[in-house]
Design a protein around this ligand. Sequence first.
Ligand SMILES: NC(=O)c1ccc[n+]([C@@H]2O[C@H](COP(=O)([O-])OP(=O)(O)OC[C@H]3O[C@@H](n4cnc5c(N)ncnc54)[C@H](OP(=O)(O)O)[C@@H]3O)[C@@H](O)[C@H]2O)c1
Length: 272
Amino acid sequence: MLKSFSNKVVLITGASSGIGKALAIQLLQLGASVAICARNPQKLLDVEQELKHPNLICVPADVSVEADCQRFIKQSFERFQRIDILINNAGISMRALFEEVDLSVLKQSMDINFWGTVYCTKYALPYILQAKGSIAGISSIAGYKGLPCRTGYSASKFAMQGFLESLRVELLYKGVNVLWISPGFVASNIRNTALNAKGNHQQETPLDESSIMSAEECANRILASIDARKRSLMMSFQGKLTVWANRLFPNFADKQVYKHFANEPDSPLPKI
Ligand SMILES: NC(=O)c1ccc[n+]([C@@H]2O[C@H](COP(=O)([O-])OP(=O)(O)OC[C@H]3O[C@@H](n4cnc5c(N)ncnc54)[C@H](OP(=O)(O)O)[C@@H]3O)[C@@H](O)[C@H]2O)c1
C-alpha cells in the first residue's frame, strides 16, 4: 500500500487518457489531491464527470505553450496551497521516415515532450522545493535507444532524460527527488494519435493493444517508483534487453531494432 501519497498534492500533465488518467484515478484512491491538464477541454470534462472527486481539478492547457504551463501550476497551487509531486506525462509519438517527414512533426515532438517538461518543471519547482517532493518524467525506451521512424520522439525523450538527470544532480542535496520512468508498450491512445509524415494522426495502432501492459498496471508501477524515490525505472524485459544490448553490442542492437520495426504492420521502414 502506497501510504506516502495520502494528503499530497500531485500534478499530472496529459491525464485525460491512458497512463495519465490511470495515475489520476489511483492517486485519488490513495488520498492525494490531484490536478490534471490536457488540451482537449471536452475530454477533460468527461474525466471530471467520470471521476467526480472533490480533490480533483482539471485545467485545459497545452504543455507546449509556456504561458499555459505557468497557468496550470498557478491554478493548481491556488486550489491546493501546495505542490508535492509533478508528473510530466503529456506526450505524443510519431511514425515516419526522416526522409519523408514534415519537420513540423519533429518540432511538435520536442515542444510537447521536452519543452512541456521543462516549462512545467520550471514553474512547479519553487513549491516542490518547499515540499521536498518529487519531479517525474514519463520517458520511453526511445530515450535510451534511437528508434527508426521515431526520430523526433527519440530525440525528445533523450532530451527529457538529459534535462531530468542534470536537474537530479543539481537538487541532490535539496531534498527533491527527480526520476524518469520508461514503460514498454502500454495500452493507450498514443499510437492512434502518433503523427505520420504529414503531421496527421495515424489513427490506427500497429499493436494488439489488448495483449500489452494495461495503463493501470503501468500507473501502479510508476507510483511505486515515485514512492520509493528511485532514480529511474525501466519496466519491460524487452526494454532492458534492448538497452543492455545497445551498450555492449551496438551494431547488433541496431539490426535487431531495425528488424523489429520493419516487421510492424504498415511500417514505413523497408523490410530487408
Ligand atoms: N503507451 C505506451 O506504449 C508508452 C510507452 C512509453 C512511453 N509512453 C509515454 O507515456 C506518456 C503518456 O502516454 P499515453 O500512452 O498514456 O498516451 P495517450 O493515451 O495518448 O495520452 C496522452 C495524454 O497527453 C495529452 N497531451 C498530448 N499532447 C498534449 C499537450 N500538448 N499538452 C497537454 N496535454 C497533452 C493527451 O490529451 P490531449 O490530446 O487532449 O492534449 C492525453 O491526455 C507519454 O509521454 C508517452 O510518450 C507511452
